[in-house]
Design a protein around this ligand. Structure first.
Ligand SMILES: Cc1ncc(COP(=O)(O)O)c(C=O)c1O
Length: 432
């Protein structure tokens, strides 16, 4: 193995030209969204909720969707393609026979993979004539990415941010503002969905489901504002497949191929983006790959019930068939709060139902996760976001299991974001 293969870089012209839509390769068709028994039709209202192009992509039967040239340019400006690293120093520290590789989504202007769909959605919003974009955010990474994407295409944005995180990530809030976003702690008293909860408890910690309702409501009440979602939906996961498509090329250069593919999973956008191209290989080329989603015990949505549920707290969205803990489930805040969502993306839920995705839920005190992340920081030098620390922990656990069993497996994991603005999480959990 030459040193060149420690950090595998692609050229600009190797940036994927198309996103991968797994829908035609799935073992069975996705169940369509449906309406609840009572009330207005949410399904009929979908064209008012989503960007026209995103709605088309959401139900597209095409396996490949062209990435518009202006979006590819924005990807290049945001630093794509991103490196795939061989974690030699970590392997040595763990004394494992496993080969570990990680994808560096933390090399992002705003800190995470979320820019991959934010740039696409902001581009479509501007093209379709909208004047503002509204959204929710948990960890704050999606809110920052959307504020950044909107600002690059010249649009303002409004972000509803889960209060439990909003109240400790002050610098990230200022970064969103710097990009021109209006930022509100959620639940807020600005929307009907938020007000009822806010009035009961002005310090309500909030949840992604509540913040989604608020973002949707603001867009519903203003023709010129469009709502944009950062996870869960098919088109969002598809925009993220640039991660896995690049990784596939990088494994060719490394003359290696993963036996195990790992990432953290909240709603599923980074896991889907990294894993789905490899899931495609498993489904169409019969490659033998294991997929593991790293989750928290506070929100182990992949171990919930597989049924129709809403994506938000106020029931504004259509119902989707997915593994869910229930859209009003109370889950206590954690430092990797971007993983605190009640349901997993329908595509990933279907794959879970077919036994293709395994999941592990780490203890709510997050000690195990942050301790493993510390080992990674000390050996590889990069600081993972708290959510990405779950990927790291899971990869290390797998590498240690390989050591135990004397197995030389190839383990690939995605580091979805950096933790420069999340040090409070590390300090609190590790007592720094
Ligand atoms: C860095 C990072 N990784 C992962 C996630 C989890 O979201 P998803 O499952 O959509 O990737 C988040 C969510 O905020 C995040 O900020």
């Amino acid at each position: 193995m030459s040193d060149k293969r420690l950090g595998i870089t692609l050229n600009d012209n190797e940036l994927p030209k198309r996103w991968y839509n797994i829908q035609p390769d799935l073992p069975e068709p996705l169940s369509p969204p449906k309406d609840p028994e009572h009330g207005e039709s949410r399904v009929k209202a979908l064209p008012e909720m989503l960007l026209g192009e995103c709605l088309r992509q959401e139900f597209s039967p095409d396996k490949w969707i062209d990435i518009p040239e202006p979006v590819r340019e924005l990807y290049v400006q945001a630093g794509r393609p991103r490196q795939l690293f061989r974690a030699k120093r970590l392997e040595k520290a763990l004394k494992t026979p496993a080969r570990l590789y990680y994808k560096a989504e933390f090399y992002s202007p705003t800190g995470s993979h979320k820019v991959n769909t934010a740039l696409a959605q902001a581009y479509y919003a501007q093209k379709e004539g909208y004047e503002r974009i509204s959204t929710e955010t948990g960890a704050g990474q999606w809110g920052t990415a959307l504020a950044y994407g909107a600002s690059l295409v010249g649009l303002p944005s409004i972000v509803f941010w889960v209060r439990a995180v909003h109240d400790w990530k002050h610098d990230r809030k200022n970064l969103m503002k710097l990009y021109g976003a209006e930022v509100h702690a959620s639940p807020s008293n600005l929307t009907g969905a938020g007000r009822a909860l806010y009035n009961q408890n002005p310090k309500h910690p909030g949840s992604l489901g509540i913040a989604v309702s608020e973002g949707l409501e603001v867009a519903k009440n203003d023709d010129k504002t469009i709502y944009s979602l950062g996870s869960v939906l098919n088109h969002v996961l598809m925009h993220q497949t640039v991660i896995g498509l690049e990784a596939q090329k990088q494994f060719e250069i490394a003359e290696d191929y993963p036996d195990v593919v790992i990432s953290c999973l909240g709603g599923g956008s980074n896991f889907g983006g990294f894993a789905l191209p490899f899931v495609g290989d498993r489904l169409t080329k019969k490659r033998d790959i294991r997929f593991i989603a790293a989750q928290s015990e506070v929100a182990p949505n992949l171990t919930g019930e597989y049924k129709y549920d809403f994506a938000d707290h106020a029931e504004l969205t259509p119902m989707m068939k997915m593994y869910t803990l229930g859209h009003r489930k109370e889950m206590r805040p954690i430092k990797g709060d971007g993983l605190r969502y009640h349901a997993a993306a329908p595509v990933l839920s279907l794959l879970r139902k077919h036994g293709i995705i395994d999941t592990i839920a780490y203890p709510a005190d997050e000690k195990h996760v942050f301790e493993h992340a510390r080992t990674f920081v000390r050996t590889e030098g990069f600081l993972p976001a708290p959510e990405s620390a779950y990927s790291v922990a899971c990869a290390i656990d797998e590498a240690l299991a390989c050591k135990e069993r004397k197995e030389e497996k190839c383990i690939a994991f995605n580091i979805s974001g950096h933790g420069f603005m999340d040090m409070g999480g590390y300090s609190e959990v590790l007592g720094l």
